[in-house]
Design a protein around this ligand. Structure first.
Ligand code: ATP
Ligand code: MG
Length: 454
C-alpha cells in the first residue's frame, strides 16, 4: 500500500473535495451549496446528539444515522439542482422560495399587460395566459398546445418558426365566429434555450384586436365620402346653372333671375353644411370637457320660442311652451342647450307639415336613483311621424328617414348627430318616440343641479 506524503495527501484531498462539490452542485455552483449544507446539517447533528443522550443509543449508531440523513439530503438536493440549475445559498429553502416568487412575478407581469398575452413552453404548450386571452379565445387552456384551441395555420407556423429559429413573427388572424374580427398576433421567442430553465416560458404570443380600429377607419372613410357627396350635389347644381346662363339662357332675363335664385339656394345649402360640419367637430372636440356653467331649461325654452317666432309664423305652425314654475337648472353650456332645442323645434317645423302643432315641455322625471332629480326637455309634434325602422339610426351623421324630403327642405342630416353629441357631453340622454301618423317626441334628460347643502 502506497503511503501518502504531505503533498499527495493535499492533492488527494483537493480532488475529493472537488468531486464532492460537483456531486452536491449537480451542474454548477458547488461552493455555495456546500456552505448551505454545513448550515443545514448543523441543527440535524445537534438533534441526533440530543436523541442519543436521551434514548441511550451508542455513539456509533448516532453517527451512522447522521451520515445516512446527510447523504439523503445531499442526494435530494443534487436531483433538485440537476432539474433547476443555478441554485443559491441556503439551497433548500431560499432557492425554492426565490424560484416560486420568480414564477409568480412573470405570471403577474403577464396578467398586468394591457393586451392579450400567452406564454408557451418550448413545445408550444400554454404555461400561463391573462384574462384578455379568455375574452378573445375562450378555448385556450393551460398545459395544452395553443394550436389546439386556435387552429390557424399561420399562427401554428409562426410558433414553430419562433421555437426553431427564434426572433419575432407577426401574423393576421381573420376570425369569423362568433363575430367577424381581425386580430394581429405577435409571436416572440424569449432568448435562446441554453439561457433558460426547462420550465421557463420559451415563447410569448400577444394578440391585438384590430376590429375596433378597422371600424373607426371605416367610419372616417364613410364620413369623408358622405360629406363630399353632400357638397358635390349643390356644387353640381350651381355649375349646371352657370353653364345654362352662359349658353341657352344668356339673353333671357326671366330665366336668369330664376337661375340666380336657385344658385343662391344651393350656395346657402353648402354654407349650412359647412356650418354643421364645423359645429359637429367643435362639439366632438369638447366632448370630454364637462360643462361648468349653470343653465335654466325654462329660460332656454322661452328664448328659443321667441327667436323662432318669425320661422313659426312663416311655416304656419303653432308652438306652445310648458315650463316649470320652479327653476329647472342643470350643469351645462347654455349655447349648446339652445342649439339642441333649436334643432329639435326646427325638425318639428320642417318635417311636421303645414299647420303642425309643437309642444315644448320642461318637466321633472323619475330617476332610478331617487336621490338625484332628473329634468326633461321634450319637443312633441303632431306631424306624420317616423317609421320604427329608422328610429335607431336617426342620430347617425347624414342619416335621413326620407332623403329626398330632407334634401328638398335643405336638411344636411347632421342636426340630430349634433344633438346626440351635445347631450352625451352633458351626461344626458336622448329618447325618440314616434309612430307613423301620430307624430313624434324627442326628449333630452339631464341630472338636475343639486341644491347646495346648507
Ligand atoms: N320631428 C320629426 N318628424 C319627422 N321626421 C323627423 C323629425 N325629426 C327628424 N326627422 C327625420 O330625421 C332625419 C334626421 O334629422 P336631422 O335633424 O339629423 O337632419 P336634417 O333635419 O335632415 O338636417 P339638418 O338638421 O342637419 O339640417 C330627418 O331627415 C328626418 O327624416
Ligand atoms: Mg334637422
Amino acid at each position: 500500500m502506497r503511503r501518502l506524503d504531505g503533498k499527495s495527501f493535499s492533492e488527494w484531498r483537493a480532488r475529493l473535495s472537488a468531486k464532492v462539490r460537483t456531486f452536491l452542485a449537480g451542474r454548477d455552483g458547488g461552493s455555495s451549496v456546500v456552505a448551505g449544507y454545513a448550515l443545514a446539517l448543523a441543527p440535524l447533528v445537534l438533534a441526533l446528539l440530543a436523541t442519543w443522550r436521551l434514548a441511550g443509543l451508542s455513539g456509533w449508531a448516532a453517527a451512522a444515522l447522521a451520515v445516512a440523513g446527510g447523504l439523503g439530503l445531499a442526494i435530494a438536493r443534487r436531483r433538485q439542482l440537476a432539474e433547476h440549475p443555478g441554485g443559491s445559498l441556503r439551497p433548500e429553502r431560499g432557492g425554492r422560495l426565490a424560484r416560486a416568487a420568480e414564477f409568480k412575478v412573470w405570471h403577474r407581469l403577464l396578467d398586468a399587460m394591457p393586451e392579450a398575452a400567452v406564454a408557451l413552453d418550448g413545445d408550444g404548450r400554454v404555461l400561463h395566459h391573462n384574462a384578455f386571452v379568455t375574452e378573445l379565445f375562450p378555448g385556450v387552456s393551460l398545459a395544452n398546445p395553443l394550436s389546439r384551441s386556435i387552429r390557424n395555420p399561420d399562427l401554428i407556423a409562426a410558433i414553430d418558426q419562433a421555437i426553431g429559429s427564434g426572433g419575432t413573427v407577426v401574423v393576421q388572424l381573420n376570425e369569423r365566429v362568433p363575430v367577424e374580427r381581425r386580430i394581429s398576433a405577435t409571436v416572440k421567442s424569449i432568448g435562446p434555450q441554453s439561457e433558460r430553465r426547462p420550465a421557463d416560458p420559451a415563447i410569448l404570443v400577444t394578440f391585438r384586436d384590430l376590429s375596433e380600429q378597422d371600424k373607426l377607419a371605416q367610419m372616417r372613410e364613410d364620413f369623408v365620402a358622405n360629406a363630399s357627396h353632400e357638397l358635390r350635389t349643390p356644387l353640381a347644381a350651381v355649375k349646371g346653372f352657370v353653364e345654362t346662363l352662359q349658353g341657352p339662357a344668356r339673353d333671357d332675363p326671366a330665366a336668369r333671375d330664376r337661375f340666380l335664385g336657385m344658385m343662391a339656394t344651393q350656395a346657402e345649402r353648402m354654407n349650412r353644411l359647412i356650418d354643421d360640419l364645423l359645429s359637429l367637430s367643435r362639439v366632438e372636440m369638447r366632448a370630454h370637457l364637462q360643462p361648468r356653467g349653470i343653465v335654466d331649461l325654462n329660460e332656454v325654452a322661452a328664448y328659443v320660442s321667441q327667436s323662432l317666432e318669425p320661422v313659426i309664423a312663416g311655416a304656419d305652425a303653432k308652438l306652445r311652451v310648458a315650463a316649470l314654475d320652479t327653476p329647472a337648472r342643470i350643469r351645462g353650456d347654455r349655447d349648446q342647450m339652445v342649439q339642441v332645442l333649436i334643432n329639435l323645434v326646427q325638425n318639428a317645423i320642417v318635417y311636421g307639415g303645414k299647420g303642425v302643432e309643437i309642444d315644448v315641455r320642461i318637466s321633472r322625471v323619475a330617476s332610478a336613483d331617487r336621490r338625484i332629480e332628473r329634468l326633461s326637455m321634450a319637443v312633441t309634434d303632431n306631424g306624420p311621424g317616423i317609421a320604427q325602422q329608422h328610429l335607431p339610426r336617426l342620430t347617425e351623421r347624414f342619416y335621413r328617414a326620407n332623403v329626398a324630403s330632407s334634401r328638398s327642405k335643405g336638411g344636411t342630416g347632421l342636426g340630430l348627430a349634433i344633438v346626440k353629441h351635445i347631450v352625451a357631453r352633458h351626461r344626458g340622454e336622448l329618447t325618440i318616440a314616434s309612430e307613423v301618423g301620430k307624430g313624434s317626441t324627442f326628449a333630452v334628460t339631464f341630472d338636475a343641479l343639486q341644491p347646495r347643502p346648507d
